[in-house]
Design a binder for this molecule. Structure first.
Ligand code: ATP
Ligand code: BTN
Length: 251
């Protein structure tokens, strides 16, 4: 813990051995937190993904990190915020040697076309008011196959890709970078991040499909727009797509 704190620019980071969910830990304590406070755990008994799905969280081998942020613009800005988080995670991992890490709209981190990490943004606050936000990131560092049996899609960990990172160094780097990127996002919006996203986009200019409920929509991914919507080109016509119910898949 001291080692991680020494690497943080400032602020507070809690290190917890076992917890239901690091996101839940911060959600339960929001009234006492300030923007940038964070926690990491060794093990999550009930790690979660989007839409009530489970995040597989074996002991000691991966990173489970959450950070609190008070977003003055309110919940409407949360969409762009989750893209900014993806950029931060991907760039942090690249700097530590994982050159081929990419982002997948809206909130996954990919490596070799498989899921390396997931981001879960949970928030409270009415439109018009500031939003209280908890950002969660789960990054697979050294998870082995038996633990991951229940994962129903392609996944990967950093070790498998030949990259060994120091977990404390990675945590500190992510927290420091998130704090400055979120402050910049609050000031300048998504615009400064659109180009960074394009450089990291796993699916840019590739044929993809969007799954929306039981609908499938085919097209070519063309990056994100200024609002953070996914641009899909169909028959030469580009259209933006937004919404938490959309899943992007390769064709
Ligand atoms: P979407 O494309 O809509 O984001 P998703 O299938 O990635 O879809 P999420 O809710 O974002 O769904 O993520 C949860 C899913 O991630 C789980 O259903 C499981 O398939 C997968 N998953 C769970 N734990 C892990 C893990 N440790 N590493 C990689 N993938 C995982
Ligand atoms: C997803 O891809 O659906 C997002 C997964 C997010 C997992 C992280 S692990 C740390 C934090 N605590 C949780 O319970 N979930 C997030």
């Amino acid at each position: 813990e001291d080692e991680i704190n020494a690497q943080l620019d400032n602020g507070r980071l809690a290190v917890i051995p076992v917890i239901d969910s690091t996101n839940q830990y911060l959600l339960d304590r929001m009234d006492r937190l300030q923007s940038g406070d964070a926690c990491v755990a060794e093990y999550q008994q009930a790690g979660r993904g989007r839409r009530g799905r489970q995040w597989i969280s074996p002991f000691g081998v991966n990173l489970y990190l959450s950070m609190y942020w008070r977003l003055e613009q309110g919940p409407a800005a949360a969409m762009g915020l989750s893209l900014v988080i993806g950029i931060v995670l991907a760039e942090a991992l690249q700097e530590l040697g994982a050159a081929n890490v990419r982002v997948k709209w809206p909130n996954d981190i990919y490596l070799e076309d498989r899921k390396l990490a997931g981001i879960l943004v949970e928030l409270t606050g009415k439109t018009g008011d500031a939003a209280q936000i908890v950002i969660g990131a789960g990054i697979n560092l050294g998870m082995r196959a038996p633990a991951a049996e229940a994962i129903n899609q392609g996944w990967i960990n950093l070790q498998e890709a030949g990259v060994t990172v120091n977990r404390n160094a990675l945590s500190a780097r992510i927290v420091n970078k998130l704090r400055s990127a979120l402050a910049q996002f609050e000031q300048d919006g998504l615009t400064p991040f659109v180009g960074r996203w394009a450089r990291l986009d796993n699916f840019i200019d590739r044929p993809v499909k969007l799954l929306i409920g039981d609908r499938e929509i085919f097209g070519i991914a063309r990056g994100i727009d200024q609002q953070g919507g996914l641009i899909l080109e169909q028959n030469g016509v580009k259209k933006s797509w937004v919404g938490g119910e959309i899943s992007l898949r390769p064709q």
